[in-house]
Design a protein around this ligand. Structure first.
Ligand code: HEC
Ligand SMILES: [Cu+2]
Length: 368
């Protein structure tokens, strides 16, 4: 049953693939497969509150929340409806042909050769017109979503890493620029320009309810724009197979009112607060010794550049690129068992004593 539905669902994708970007549509199909795969994986290791946000991977077929996504959703509907209709018509004609009996007089007689030709002409003519109309509709849609209606109100840079996302909010004043990871905040109703880079292999940035997908290619800066028309959290996913943890390379776009966004941005611009108690100091010392080679905490000597910036770790909803909810327990689980939870991730499972864990936890809990 599932197979049949998946097949029917993908018919419009196959058809549109013929007309526009065959490659990216094909990848889309692969992404659908991988998200089923990822549901299985996420459910596997321990019950550490894994898959939290219940956003179904295929929801974008029914819901879209921005001008960069809605026109393509309608295009998908038209393709699905039309191709479903063609499927039904062909099935009926086929059934008719199977059940129609030959005239009884001479069962082996062959009909006249030119009989039925007008039907061939009509069929070919109608199909050609329909395909041509769909091609034009596709091109018009691509043109409509190519550019935002007005100039972007926010520009940010997202860099793909195996298997997480670095997010940079640039400002003309370098003191106001900051980094975060796996969670993009945007003001609602404002076009946002997203510059896309890669630090290692080819990734692809995709937040299906807000916009289409764009590849992130090493040495190249691509860009796309997106805009959320309603406040909320929109799930995104890497949609280019990039290695063993590709399925766990998720992100979230949090669309907020202008005031909320401003508040978030002001908080992110701050460096980490100075620490006071002995426990926290010990945790910080441990962090500088064991974690600072990879991670940055602004306001401390930790300036590692190839792992998520942890300056405001506590402000994030999820950790490890969407794998776990950000609770103190999950943080400890992640730090000590990263390789069990996300095998192959570029962070080792850290071997720590109970005292070290509690000191480290105390320190990490100050990063809000
Ligand atoms: C060898 C480099 C390396 C070291 C050492 C390292 N990490 Fe990481 N860490 C990473 C990478 C890479 C990720 C992203 C993994 C992913 O999501 O695939 C990560 C992710 C994390 C995250 C999740 C952040 C988020 O927002 O998703 C936390 C928390 C974290 N590390 C804490 C620590 C702590 C605490 C230590 C020291 C005890 C540590 N790390 C040591 C590389 C490192
Ligand atoms: Cu990727």
């Amino acid at each position: 049953m599932l197979k049949k539905e998946t097949f029917i669902f993908n018919l419009p994708l196959f058809a549109s693939a013929l007309m526009n970007d065959y490659e990216s549509r094909f990848r889309h199909f692969a992404a659908v497969k991988y998200s089923f795969f990822s549901i299985g994986l996420a459910a596997a290791p321990a019950n550490t509150a894994l898959a939290e946000n219940g956003v179904a991977p295929l929801n974008y077929f029914l819901h879209s929340h921005g001008p960069a996504a809605t026109p393509t959703m309608y295009l998908g509907w038209v393709f699905a409806a039309l191709l479903a209709a063609i499927f039904v018509i062909i099935a009926l004609l086929l059934a008719g042909a199977v059940f129609r009996k030959r005239p009884t007089e001479d069962p082996r007689a062959i009909g006249r050769e030119d009989e039925g030709m007008p039907w061939i002409y009509i069929g070919t003519g109608v199909s050609t017109c329909i395909l041509f109309a769909l091609a034009i509709y596709t091109l018009v849609t691509l043109n409509v979503i190519a550019k935002p209606t007005h100039a972007p109100g926010l520009t940010l840079t997202v860099t793909g890493y195996d298997w997480w996302w670095k997010v940079e909010y640039e400002d003309d004043d370098p003191a106001l620029s900051f980094f975060t990871a796996n969670e993009i905040h945007i003001p609602v109703g404002v076009p946002v320009l997203v510059k896309l880079k890669s630090a290692d292999v080819i990734h692809a940035f995709w937040v299906p309810m807000l916009a289409g997908k764009t590849q992130m290619i090493p040495g190249l800066t691509n860009q796309q724009w997106l805009q959320a028309d309603a406040e909320g959290v929109y799930r995104g996913q890497c949609t280019q197979y990039c290695g063993v943890q590709h399925a766990h390379m998720g992100l979230e776009v949090v669309a907020q009112s202008a005031a909320e966004f401003q508040k978030w941005q002001d908080a992110q611009r701050k460096t980490a607060v100075a620490v006071s108690t002995i426990d926290i100091k010990a945790g910080k010392q441990l962090f500088l010794e064991r974690c600072a080679g990879c991670h940055t905490i602004r306001g401390t000597e930790a300036v590692g550049a190839h792992a998520p910036d942890l300056t405001h770790l506590k402000s994030r909803r999820l950790i490890a690129a969407g794998l776990l909810t950000n609770t103190p327990d999950n943080l400890v689980q992640w730090i000590t068992h990263a390789q069990d939870l996300k095998p192959g991730a570029r962070m080792p499972s850290m071997v720590l004593t109970a005292t070290e864990i509690s000191a480290l936890s105390a320190f990490l809990s100050t990063l809000n």
